[in-house]
Design a protein around this ligand. Structure first.
Ligand code: G3I
Length: 382
């Protein structure tokens, strides 16, 4: 009792009881806070930014996923926003694919903010995601007439100055991902449907030599990365088909580095099987690797507004999926570079917005369920 008076003792026990009351309130407050946060968390799961998982938290690939059952890589063009925010999108990608193509974030307009100024964060995110989930990255696309930033369009300089900015850009981008990216669409859509070269700022300011330079600069920046020419429409235009092979033969003949052809294959159920098979077989005559690089099959090519996705359309789509995979499988193994969808599920396809009508072009439905088209892939792989 030394040193504590009765009054002091009373004050002391009052203090203890106030402290106990406070702890009681604190405990109640703690449980209320926990409950409130759980409710909030449950509501926000779909929207929350998902960090790149640590390797030990990765969803194990489904043994029935395309990445497991195919002798060549399967992939999809990925939206950085969906990958960061939508858990089912992310888990489907991890389960099914072992290759990814950035749908937009590696395009020049997205990555090149000005001369010597780059926006790397989204592209870096995709590359880390791929590394952590044992996927290869196919870079898309170094030079594409539709993705020319304003600073380039407005650039004023001599032919040599234009070569310099092309060189700076390609070396910076390919160099940054050296050893992390397996392949690049170096040049995208440089040929018109009639087989002539497409006009673009690089052609205007450098001349046709710009094509050689794109491939040479990419090779200079990464001696091991595979270099692709990527094109659409070779299934419907024989002039374009011929022009692509002529371009490739010319490049090879002059030892300009090129390793593969990307056939985009944005096509539809009304395209004849033989057109698709022929486009693949003709491109393969070059001896280069063949990438079905942006595959989707429209079921509403007539752009009807009141159409519904029924069993007949699903069966027609399944058949196009089957024969296309089979055509790739029929090539020598060394030429089958892979098969990439332009999106994952129907609701993330670019087609409805672009064509202004409903469509269901991809292998997964709006709930990420495998469609009949997916079974077509499996049948084509047998
Ligand atoms: O990110 C912005 C967003 O912030 C903004 O609110 C919104 C408003 O429109 O635009 C968003 O950007 C759009 C982006 O897609 C993401 O949705 C761009 O405007 C739009 O131009 C861009 O379209 C892409 C298009 O290439 C042009 O780059 C499509 O997603 C993409 O699927 C498409 O892909 C091309 C291949 O690269 C080459 N082959 C053809 C294929 C289809 O066109």
């Amino acid at each position: 009792m030394t040193g504590i008076s009765i009054n002091q003792k009373e004050s002391y026990s009052q203090l203890i009881s106030i402290t106990r009351m406070n702890s009681h309130y604190k405990i109640n407050f703690f449980w209320i806070l926990l409950l409130f946060s759980s409710v909030l968390f449950a509501c926000k799961t779909e929207d929350a930014v998902i960090p790149i998982p640590k390797p030990d938290t990765i969803v194990p690939p489904d043994t029935t996923g395309l990445r497991k059952v195919s002798p060549f890589p399967f992939g999809a063009a990925l939206s950085i926003d969906l990958l960061k925010t939508k858990a089912i999108y992310r888990s489907t990608v991890i389960k099914e694919f072992n290759s990814l193509t950035p749908e937009n974030v590696m395009k020049m307009k997205n990555i090149s903010l000005g001369r010597g100024q780059y926006k790397w964060d989204d592209a870096d995110y995709l590359v880390s995601f791929a590394q952590q989930n044992a996927m290869r990255v196919h870079g898309h696309a170094l030079v594409w007439y539709k993705s020319t930033p304003d600073w380039v369009t407005n650039f004023a300089g001599t032919k040599e100055d234009w070569k310099l900015i092309l060189h700076e850009y390609i070396v910076a981008v390919v160099g940054r991902y050296k050893g992390k990216i397996s392949s690049w669409d170096v040049l995208n859509e440089a040929i018109m449907d009639d087989g002539t070269f497409r006009d673009c700022v690089w052609l205007q300011h450098i001349g046709i030599e710009y094509i050689d330079l794109c491939f040479q600069y990419a090779r200079e920046a990464d001696p091991n990365v595979l270099l692709f020419y990527n094109e659409y429409g070779t299934e419907y235009s024989s002039a374009k088909r011929t022009a692509v092979n002529k371009l490739v033969a010319d490049l090879k003949g002059r030892s300009v580095p090129i390793d593969g052809i990307g056939l985009q294959m944005h096509t539809s159920i009304s395209r004849a099987n033989s057109d698709i098979q022929n486009a693949i077989a003709v491109a393969a005559q070059t001896g280069l690797k063949i990438h079905i690089s942006e595959f989707d099959i429209k079921v509403n090519p007539d752009k009807l507004q009141d159409i519904i996705f029924n069993a007949t359309l699903a069966a027609a789509q399944k058949e196009k999926y089957r024969i296309t995979v089979k055509a790739l499988l029929d090539l020598p193994a060394s030429q089958r570079y892979g098969f990439t969808f332009w999106g994952v599920c129907d609701t993330n396809s670019w087609i409805p917005a672009e064509y202004g009508c409903p469509d269901w072009p991809l292998p997964f439905d709006s709930n990420y369920k495998r469609k009949d088209a997916y079974s077509g892939l499996l049948e084509g792989l047998k």
